[in-house]
Design a binder for this molecule. Structure first.
Ligand code: PHE
Length: 339
């Protein structure tokens, strides 16, 4: 009997099967009621008492080995798609739930895509900055209120280490080591020391644009921005430039677009004016060019900076800014179809 068991054990270890039918035949051969292993269990009765213990153990070992082997083979068929279930082409597919892109990423990519069509490339800079790149190089006078703790998050003082308050800091970094022509976009997160509410947050996102070359004019700026507005918000969108002030541009302007929510008729979003401000812009101040080692007698340029949240609100009418950073899937899933 022991010989028989050992022989079967050897046999079972080497079992192979090429499909599920083979496997079933093997199960019947070894493990069914009339199978060889079951027969051995029947014969167990006749084993001498003093051998029962040893033979019993061997027999169990054989049965387990056979079961394990058959299970392993079955599993490998299923995994390789050999099972009947996997071959059923009428079966509904596995419902794999895809994630969605964050609305701010969607809009950021759209902005990048639009400007890349007119030759803009991308660069990024650090969020933790020094005074020179955020303020000094950009012509901010020493007493400017943005340099105050009330507006800016300082990490260390003297020398100052701070969180950038605008992506214009990347302008000063790029200009300092790149020769014109420069035609680039700088997307990124910025920080301001603001009380958090539905309309303000202590961080938000901007996309900065910079174009430096010979003979760049305000008309070039206007042309690029008009192209952007129409691509982003539709062919009928109008733009309006209002004189403004930034230390790093001269002249400076703020740009409004005709409110795309009410079509310019007036609604609560545009405070019934028909216009919504979306960006600041201007001609790069010659002082800034010189601060960054670019000859302002040879080169001129324009810059603009827009808030990504603001543009996203216009596109999707998100009423509360805080939703953008709360990671609530009920909010995020609403942008599935915007891909
Ligand atoms: N940095 C300005 C802001 O954060 C926007 C701006 C960028 C204005 C470039 C002019 C030129 O408000």
């Amino acid at each position: 009997m022991k010989n028989k068991i050992n022989q079967l054990l050897e046999e079972v270890k080497n079992i192979t099967a090429s499909n599920l039918d083979d496997l079933e035949a093997l199960r019947i051969k070894y493990l069914s009621k009339k199978g060889q292993i079951s027969e051995l269990f029947n014969d167990f009765r006749n084993v001498a008492n003093e051998e029962k213990r040893e033979v019993g153990q061997l027999l169990n070992e054989l049965k387990n080995a056979a079961q394990d082997k058959l299970n392993d083979l079955k599993e490998s068929f299923i995994n390789s798609g050999e099972s009947d279930q996997k071959n059923d082409l009428t079966r509904s597919s596995d419902p794999i739930k895809l994630g969605t892109r964050h609305p701010l990423s969607l809009v950021k990519h759209e902005i990048i895509e639009i400007f890349s069509r007119i030759g803009f490339t991308i660069a990024e800079g650090p969020e933790i900055e020094d005074d020179w790149h955020v303020f000094g190089a950009l012509n901010f006078p020493p007493e400017h209120p943005a340099r105050d703790m009330q507006d800016t998050f300082f990490i260390e003082q003297n020398p100052d280490v701070l969180l950038r308050t605008h992506t214009s800091s990347v302008q000063s970094r790029i200009m300092a080591h790149k020769k014109p022509p420069i035609r680039m976009l700088f997307p990124g997160r910025v920080y301001r020391n603001e009380a958090i509410s539905y309309r303000a947050h202590c961080f938000f996102h901007q996309v900065e644009g910079l174009y430096i070359d010979k003979n760049v004019s305000f008309a070039d700026l206007k042309q690029a921005l008009m192209y952007f507005a129409k691509e982003m918000f539709g062919e009928n969108t109008e733009i309006r430039l209002r004189p403004s002030y930034f230390p790093f541009t001269e002249p400076s302007a703020e740009m409004d677009i005709s409110c795309n929510i009410c079509g310019g008729k007036g609604c609560p979003f545009c405070k019934h004016t028909g216009w919504v401000e979306i960006l600041g812009c201007g001609m790069v101040d010659p002082n800034v060019l010189e601060n960054c080692g670019i000859d302002s007698k040879v080169y001129s340029g324009y810059a603009f900076g827009m808030g990504v949240e603001r543009i996203t609100n216009l596109k999707f009418q998100v009423k509360d800014l805080r939703l953008f950073s709360e990671n609530d899937v009920r909010f995020l899933q609403q942008f599935e179809s915007a891909h």
